[in-house]
Design a protein around this ligand. Structure first.
Ligand code: PMV
Length: 326
């Protein structure tokens, strides 16, 4: 099966500010070097199909029959239609989505798919490749998938690097002075972002002063972190991650598996560790300045039954991987 064209885009981690960001406080996210790749390939079949081997147990879908497209693929289907990819596919061609990002774990897998597909559609339509436009199209799909997302995931996936998000304004952060390994531990405890956001809302309504105070703490932490990231001071970034974790636990989005994962990271020399994304399960991140220590931490986490891997910040946002001509 030969590849005709492909694009790819990165996942992300939220380093600081999750949950508080929903209430207008700042957050920091960075792209990671785990990516989604989407390609058009010549298949053996006569239909136009979608193949998603890393995402869903049933993984082959006929794109010519909208009525059988399952709910979890609605955003993907929307994009393929909006960008006229389905129209432009020839019968016998297949869209293949391959992902190195665990789905539904807070690592931006859906945004990376949306961004890659938005670029694929733009290339096929021979339109000028404007990243702003790709970001906008992907955001529409994200809204279908997640309701009222902040837009941080698709922004980071489109442009790569780091972003400081505040009240609908996304500003890039200079990552050139920092260098660290990130260990990601997936607790494999399933959680739902929407439910956790609601849980925090309930706490906010019940104990407004207390939660407001926590949000203010998180705001200070996030603002300080921006300065240290730009100065390249990873020890301070680690300390601030630990402080952010304490505030998140007080907010009520912790989990015993998150604590277990953080303890493994701490014992193996992480400079700081915290949950990333909505919490309640999902993924934990720890930063290391030593490659060896980060590899040992991954090993230890796996021995304890977690899924774990190392990654690094990535400057590379969405890219075209090349058009292969016959
Ligand atoms: O777990 P994720 O990647 O869906 O991140 C959720 C981050 C929140 O701040 C909890 C919600 C949001 O919309 O920003």
């Amino acid at each position: 099966m030969s590849e005709i064209i492909s694009t790819s885009a990165p996942g992300k981690v939220i380093l600081f500010g999750e949950h508080a960001v929903v209430y207008g406080f700042p957050a920091i996210a960075i792209a990671i070097n785990r990516r989604v790749k989407v390609s058009i390939i010549e298949g053996n079949e006569t239909s136009k199909s979608l193949f998603t081997p890393d995402l869903f147990p049933k993984n082959q879908f006929d794109l010519t029959n909208e009525h059988i497209i399952p709910e979890q693929l609605k955003a993907i289907f929307f994009l393929l239609k909006k960008t006229k990819v389905i129209e432009r596919l020839s019968y016998g061609q297949q869209i293949l989505i391959k992902s190195q990002i665990p789905p539904s774990a807070g690592l931006g897998s859906s945004a990376a798919i949306s961004v890659s597909l938005a670029m694929l559609g733009t290339i096929l339509s021979n339109q000028e490749l404007q990243l702003e436009n790709i970001n906008k199209i992907a955001f529409e799909a994200e809204k279908i998938q997640h309701g009222t997302p902040s837009g941080i995931d698709n922004f980071v996936s489109t442009f790569g690097g780091g972003v400081f998000y505040l009240k609908n304004s996304l500003k890039r952060i200079d990552l050139s002075k920092i260098s660290f390994k990130i260990v990601i531990i997936n607790t494999k405890v399933t959680r739902n972002t929407k439910d956790l956001v609601l849980l925090v809302k309930k706490r906010y309504e019940e104990k407004k002063d207390y939660v407001q105070e926590l949000f203010n703490e998180i705001k200070t932490i996030t603002e300080q972190a921006k300065v240290y990231i730009e100065k390249g001071n990873i020890d301070k970034i680690g300390e601030l991650m630990n402080e952010n974790q304490v505030a998140l636990e007080k907010l009520g989005v912790g989990h015993k598996k998150i604590i277990e994962a953080i303890n493994i990271l701490g014992n193996e020399g992480a400079l700081g560790a915290k949950l990333t994304g909505a919490g309640g399960g999902g993924c934990v991140i720890g930063i290391f300045d030593s490659k060896e220590e980060s590899s040992i931490a991954v090993q230890k986490a796996k021995e304890e039954g977690f899924e774990a891997f190392t990654t690094e910040p990535s400057k590379i946002g969405v890219i075209e991987n090349g058009i292969k001509k016959d």
